[in-house]
Design a protein around this ligand. Structure first.
Ligand code: UTP
Length: 298
């Protein structure tokens, strides 16, 4: 019987050290691209893909995230009294039905694989999605929806993949490609953060996964990998090697912004602002002024 993906894990327990001092008190996932927090983009993408249960793996200091998805009766009442219906509509997008969202704690930041393992009881024996909210993907059809479509065919592990320059490979999990079929590639596994010159391909894994429960069993072994962390990519590779499960890479259609880095965050901010009717003209004028000033100074 073909299995459907209805649950998604959002691991958000990392410390976000690249955004210190801001992340001393503000969770990275609450930081905004224009006026929507990263986590809202992630939830919208998951909803568009048909996800019904949203499981957050959080840590100490992330309560702003839980508040964000909570009802805000006082705020809503004030907006209603003032007739601010447009703002009320915007707020509606943050509503989560009771029971639709769950929070698990990761007591120690032992790695992404460990964070996913923390949600194992809520996943039980079903395929599930993993979304890292700091990878924001702008696409006509949501990246996860594209991957779920592919999963309907393969019924096997799928990771989102994109080409990266060789010099960047050591920052990613890199696919060891068996057969390249275009949007889908079959793999012989993957290598997490390969040493320079040792990347098996130029296809990097980014923050979207559809995984089988076997990967959770592999995470049970709590094997540490690159950086002394429990790596999700290692558990996926083990499911392939030890249980013969296929692992596919999926070349998604869309633009990915690495919002876990400052440069990626700024690029996403500009890109999303330029898509907005209320901001586009002013921002273009500002960018043009900057370019002219730079040219004049040269
Ligand atoms: P990152 O590698 O980006 O780490 O984690 P980070 O802590 O968020 O940020 P920096 O590098 O210190 O700036 C990738 C994803 O995995 C989650 C993070 O929350 C992020 O969504 N993660 C990482 C966990 O949930 N737990 C961990 O132990 C590690």
């Amino acid at each position: 019987m073909r299995k459907k993906v209805t649950k998604a894990i959002f691991p958000v327990a990392g410390m976000g050290t690249r955004f210190l001092p801001a992340t001393k008190s503000v969770p990275k996932e609450i930081m905004t691209l224009v006026d929507r927090p990263l986590v809202q983009y992630a939830i919208d993408e998951a909803r568009e893909a048909g996800i019904k249960e949203f499981i957050f793996v959080t840590s100490r200091g992330k309560s702003a995230l839980e508040d964000y998805f909570d009802a805000a009766p006082q705020l809503e009442q004030t907006l209603r009294k003032k007739g601010k219906t447009e703002l009320l509509d915007i707020l509606k997008k943050t509503d989560m039905d009771s029971g639709e969202i769950a929070y698990m704690r990761q007591a120690k930041p032992l790695g992404l694989g460990h964070a996913v393992w923390c949600a194992r009881r809520l996943i039980a024996n079903e395929p599930f999605a993993v979304i890292l909210p700091d990878d924001v993907i702008s696409a006509d059809k949501s990246c996860l929806a594209q991957m779920i479509e592919a999963f309907e065919e393969t019924q096997s592990n799928i990771v989102a993949a994109m080409e990266v320059p060789e010099s960047m490979a050591e920052a990613y999990g890199i696919l060891d490609v068996k057969e390249d079929m275009g949007s889908i590639v079959s793999t012989k596994g993957m290598v997490e953060k390969p040493a320079p010159g040792e990347a098996p391909s130029n296809l990097a894994v980014i923050g979207r996964y559809i995984l089988t429960p076997t990967v959770l069993q592999k995470l049970n072994q709590k094997k540490t990998g690159a950086g002394g962390e429990i790596q999700l990519t290692d558990a996926i590779s083990d499911a392939r090697e030890e249980d013969g499960e296929e692992v596919y890479g999926y070349r998604f259609k869309g633009q990915r912004f690495d919002c876990g880095s400052k440069a990626g965050f700024l690029q996403a901010t500009v890109s999303f602002a330029l898509q907005r009717d209320d901001l586009r003209d002013d921002l273009w004028a500002f960018i043009n002024d900057l370019v002219h000033a730079k040219e004049a100074a040269q």
